[in-house]
Design a protein around this ligand. Structure first.
Ligand code: NDP
Length: 257
């Protein structure tokens, strides 16, 4: 696997800490020989990322700031990537956001503002990023986003984010059709629950981990590295015939009724 991504330039969006799913993906991509470009929003995430890269002996090609709430920020980020790196072959979209108070209680209590915010950051951003990345993917490419079972089923407390993930998965399919003709694939990984900064915001998160251990076919939770390797598959030529797909990396939990 050490040269699966040799010579490929991949943009990773969403490393906020060592626990981030995007950090698991970073390690898989690095081990496969990819050149890595990172984007982050908060200064705190930038500091964390640079420390992690140093600690793990990973030399980034570029780190740019990008707030997906702003078209201008997305355009600026990809303009800078184009100028400093040129062609890209992959994008890892691992960003989402919802207000903490919307991730508990009843979905019917979701505010208009909270609904729109979750949709904007967690779903629309994939369309905006695809649009910005497309002109840089002149040799074809692969875009991978991160979703969750709450898009397909009612999962207690996931509420507004479940609806945003449903929108993300539908967007992923429409985008796959749009950019397929340019040799670009778009897919999603549906990971089981993993303890990250974002996951802390979801009410009753620990119970979800317990249910997987008890009921999933593999009787254990998944980790960032397993999601990283599955994302690597989608980004690599091994998945050259796959687009518009949601692949579950959840110890098989989604097949259990
Ligand atoms: P993290 O908190 O580690 O990562 C979330 C990332 O989203 C952060 O890097 C954050 O950047 C970024 N982000 C939020 N708002 C914006 C914005 N406006 N512009 C740019 N970036 C933004 O959590 P995870 O690793 O868990 O989350 C990554 C993805 O995985 C999300 O889509 C999540 O829904 C999904 N997922 C998570 C699961 C889990 O159980 N953890 C299960 C299934 C899917 P910053 O910190 O700089 O704001």
């Amino acid at each position: 696997m050490s040269n699966l991504m040799q010579g490929k330039n991949v943009v990773v969006m969403g490393v906020a800490s060592e626990r981030s799913i995007a950090w698991g993906i970073t390690k898989s991509l690095h081990n496969a020989g990819a050149n890595l470009i990172f984007t982050n929003r908060q200064e705190r995430s930038y500091q964390k990322l640079t420390k992690l890269l140093e600690k793990n002996d990973i030399e980034p090609r570029l780190i740019v700031s990008c707030d997906v709430a702003s078209d201008e920020s997305i355009t600026d980020a990809f303009d800078e990537i184009k100028e400093k790196v040129g062609v890209i072959h992959g994008v890892v979209h691992s960003v989402a956001f919802a207000k903490r108070e919307e991730l508990k209680g009843e979905y019917a209590d979701t505010s208009r503002e909270g609904f729109l915010l979750a949709q904007e950051i967690s779903a629309f951003s994939l369309a905006a990023v695809t649009k910005a990345a497309k002109p840089l993917m002149t040799e074809g490419g692969s875009i991978v986003t991160q979703t969750y079972l709450g898009a397909e089923r009612v999962i207690q407390n996931y509420n507004v984010m479940g609806v945003a993930k449903a929108s993300l998965e539908a967007s992923m399919r429409y985008l796959a059709e749009d950019v397929g003709k340019y040799g670009i694939r778009v897919n999603a990984i549906s990971a089981g629950p993993i303890r990250t900064l974002s996951a802390k915001g979801v009410g009753g998160f620990n119970e979800k981990l317990g249910i997987i251990e008890e009921k999933a076919p593999l009787r254990r939770n998944v980790d960032q590295d397993q999601v990283g390797d599955a994302t690597l598959f989608f980004l690599s030529d091994l998945a050259r015939g796959v687009t518009g797909e949601v692949m579950h990396v959840d110890s098989g939990y989604h097949i259990i009724g």
